[in-house]
Design a protein around this ligand. Structure first.
Ligand SMILES: NC(=O)c1ccc[n+]([C@@H]2O[C@H](COP(=O)([O-])OP(=O)(O)OC[C@H]3O[C@@H](n4cnc5c(N)ncnc54)[C@H](O)[C@@H]3O)[C@@H](O)[C@H]2O)c1
Length: 336
């Protein structure tokens, strides 16, 4: 079986291609390389001994998408392609709505045109807005605090409406908590452009000497050590979560949403400590004032995925920082 992986050259999409391949599903990668390197394809080949088909294209390009889907007899779409920087989305909201929402609608129309009925969508825990309770389950109210988050809320709504109108369609929204880590081979990982938005790549770049120190925003939260607590999930667990969701629901229809997280929270200081252990290096940090909009704690109720998909995260914080360091030390500047 062949599936289209939009954004498959990016961080999460590329690792999911490995998990798909391991499950006997053939990924065909479709990516415009706006936030990824062509070298990912070589790394995937080194890991899987398989050269995946790759089409350089934009999901706005309906003709190219349709041609790719038909030529490869695609049966489902794993849709990762999106812009993902929260801060940037506040500065350039239209670019985000265009790329993440309009282009996804274009792609859904193209899928309908060629008869593809199943989509697995990269959603995010950001659709829960400010948590009203913890742990967050899938029935938690949906909201957002920024345009990026609204693009995820809107696409989920579009998918749900489309499934209501076309009752043989399947859409699974996977709401990721905080994906971190790298493939255990150290050949593939996250290499953000510019200053990282997320904690783990920032720590990794500091440990490897690319950055002087880390700012920890807030050490007076109501948590065990005063720093913010988040639910981090190893990228390979996240990748197998996609395969589990698809295989569990392959023959089903309708709109479904699942949290993908570990259900456990780690504080910023705990992550830094684990990283120091993995790297055997000191990771300098300074405390800075809280950032507006940040919250003390956020973690998933991951029980629905366990129950319905027979999937749970298996890799702990030390595995996350070990693999992150392995990748970062092998490729200090990413793949560029
Ligand atoms: N990384 C996270 O922390 C996180 C958390 C929650 C949700 N997500 C979502 O998961 C998905 C993948 O995230 P990622 O971290 O791998 O990001 P990424 O930037 O590494 O990967 C996205 C890929 O999509 C491609 N792309 C973007 N727009 C495109 C378009 N119009 N046409 C074709 N290709 C396009 C980029 O070139 C890139 O390779 C995104 O939808 C993101 O919003 C990510």
């Amino acid at each position: 079986m062949k599936v289209l992986v939009t954004g498959g050259m990016g961080y999460i999409g590329s690792h999911t291609c490995i998990a798909l391949h391991e499950a006997g599903i053939t990924p065909v990668i479709y990516d415009n390389l706006s936030n990824s390197s062509i070298r990912v394809l070589d790394q995937l080949e080194k890991i899987t001994q398989q050269r995946f088909d790759f089409v350089e294209g934009d999901i706005n390009d309906s003709a190219k998408l349709a041609k790719t889907m038909v030529e490869h007899s695609i049966e489902a779409v794993f849709h990762f392609a999106a812009l993902k920087a929260v801060g940037e989305s506040a500065e350039q909201p239209l670019r985000y709505y265009q790329n993440n929402v309009s282009a996804t609608t274009t792609m859904l129309l193209t899928m309908a045109e060629v008869g593809i009925k199943a989509i697995i969508f990269s959603s995010s825990a950001t659709v829960y807005g400010d948590p009203k309770y913890l742990p967050i389950d899938e029935t938690h109210p949906i909201s957002s605090t920024n345009p990026y988050g609204w693009t995820k809320v809107m696409v989920e709504q579009i998918l749900e409406d489309n499934c209501k109108a076309n009752q043989d369609n399947l859409a699974i929204a996977l709401r990721y908590f905080n994906p971190v880590g790298a493939h255990p081979s150290g050949l593939l990982g996250e290499s953000p452009n510019g200053i990282p938005n997320n904690l783990m790549p920032f720590i990794a770049q500091t440990a490897v000497g690319r950055r002087e120190f880390i700012n920890i925003f807030g050490n007076d939260y109501d948590t065990a050590d005063g720093t913010g607590v988040r639910d981090y999930i190893h990228i390979m667990d996240l990748a197998t979560g996609h395969v589990a969701a698809f295989l569990a629901h392959q023959k089903d229809a309708g709109f479904l949403a699942y949290n993908l997280g570990t259900g456990e929270g780690y504080s910023v200081l705990e992550v830094i400590n684990a990283f120091e252990k993995s790297s055997n290096k000191q990771v300098p940090y300074k405390f800075a004032p809280r950032r507006a909009g940040d919250i003390a704690c956020n973690y998933a109720d991951a029980s629905l995925a366990k129950q319905k998909l027979n999937w749970t995260a298996t890799l702990d914080l030390q595995a996350m920082t070990d693999d992150s360091w392995n990748w970062q030390s092998k490729y200090p500047n990413g793949l560029e």
